[in-house]
Write a protein that binds this ligand. Structure first.
Ligand code: PLP
Length: 400
């Protein structure tokens, strides 16, 4: 990351917080809709959206209301007891998806860990003890040790070797690689319908259906990690709806509460094989996070937020394609809904990111030649236009 001068708060951060990420040197103090402000009062258009978690933008009134009402009523109780917001949120997910049962966790990685445990239990019960999970290269499933093993990217794996056993990484968008890797030890395939962090990689038309058929043929589970693609990001409530298939297990997190920690495992009845004691959590599914989830999902359904993501995403990509015509160094625009990427034929993503930052436009870099745009799903056309304008200004002032 660029060597810009750090403010006092950023120096304090360096002193007290572990050095786990290269941060962009701005300290955000306020947000509203698709806009955020830094500690100096500078305003930015936010196309990072809390890594796609701020689905309804910043400080949405629906979230504030659900949060304050629930905070005044009951914030946390243990899973030793029933609680109403948890039951309501589970019911809403079941009624609006192809899945039958829910488990609530605290993050995406934790939801995926739970899904893997579920698959291993399924393997013990129905597949003669099969316990291996097939995942793909360039996937991203989270930062816990097992999810690093599941994530098929060596840069995340190397620092932590040896990794937990039981994950086989194979090529994405290649059904033969999954077929070849399947053995009597395989209990599940776990994939993203579009790889998000790994580059916004969109599989070919048939891939998901082929994976579904193969899992059916072998009697193994299909786990879809929809932590990034779910909750309207691709223009449908869940990504699987775009591909004409149904998963056995699906995980969600990012957009569910619009910015407070949650993770969700949803499973078909046949795959919901946990029995008491098999899994658990202290905070997962607590009344506060579930009440926010209920309000967010209700708002999604009432206002057709996925429909807005589809419409704004189409519009955004059309404008990005125009930019590709204008700048020869843009090699590809790819995406669906409001998960979009711009790839360059040179390693200039960081320069573009900092150019945008100076102009008050926040974007995300996936690798040296790729940018990702994941704005809140409530964005409107004039805000998309503003983003395009700022990106254009940043691209035209590059010295290349
Ligand atoms: C597809 C996918 N799975 C899992 C995760 C991990 O989620 P979390 O950071 O909430 O643990 C992410 C986060 O980017 C993701 O994009």
């Amino acid at each position: 990351m660029k060597n810009l001068k750090l403010s006092n708060s950023q120096e304090q951060s360096k002193k007290y917080i572990m050095n786990f990420i290269n941060r962009v040197p701005i300290t955000l103090v306020k947000g509203e809709g698709v806009w955020v402000w830094d500690e100096n009062g500078k305003k930015y258009l936010d196309f990072v959206g809390g890594f796609a978690a701020n689905s309804l933008g910043h400080c949405h009134p629906v979230i504030i209301q659900a949060m304050t009402e629930q905070a005044k009523t009951l914030i946390h109780v243990s899973n030793q007891f029933y609680s109403l917001p948890q039951i309501k949120l589970a019911e809403m997910f079941v009624k609006n998806s192809c899945l039958d049962k829910a488990f609530f966790a605290n993050s995406g990685a934790e939801a995926n860990e739970g899904a893997v445990k579920l698959a291993r239990r399924y393997g013990q019960l129905h597949l003669h003890g099969a316990w291996e999970i097939i995942t793909t290269y360039n996937s991203f499933h989270g930062r816990t040790l097992a999810m690093v093993a599941a994530t098929g990217q060596s840069k995340f794996q190397k620092p932590y070797l040896p990794l937990p056993a039981g994950f086989v990484n194979v090529e994405y968008n290649n059904i033969q690689s999954i077929k070849k890797a399947t053995t009597e030890k395989t209990c599940a395939v776990m994939i993203e319908v579009i790889q998000g962090e790994g580059g916004v990689n969109i599989p070919s038309e048939n891939y998901m259906r082929e994976v579904r058929s193969w899992c059916d043929e072998k009697g193994i589970l299909l786990i879809l990690d929809e932590i990034q693609t779910g909750m309207g990001r691709l223009g449908t409530l869940f990504g699987y709806q775009l591909f004409g298939i149904e998963p056995d297990v699906m995980t969600l997190a990012k957009g569910v509460t619009g910015g407070t920690p949650i993770g969700v495992i949803l499973a078909k009845d046949e795959a919901s094989v946990f029995v008491p004691g098999d899994h658990g959590t202290t905070f997962g599914g607590n009344p506060l996070s579930c009440a926010i989830g209920v309000a967010v999902l209700q708002y999604y359904l009432e206002k057709n937020i996925p429909g807005n993501a589809e419409k704004m995403g189409q519009y955004f990509r059309t404008e990005l394609e125009k930019m590709k015509q204008k700048y020869g160094f843009i090699s590809e625009i790819r995406g669906k809904g409001l998960l979009n990427a711009m790839a360059f034929n040179k390693d200039i993503a960081e320069d573009v990111l900092y150019g945008c930052l100076a102009k008050g436009f926040l974007i995300n870099q996936l690798n040296p030649n790729t940018l990702r745009f994941i704005p809140p799903l409530i964005i409107n056309q004039s805000e998309v236009d503003r983003g395009i304008e700022l990106l254009d200004e940043a691209l035209s002032s590059l010295s290349i």
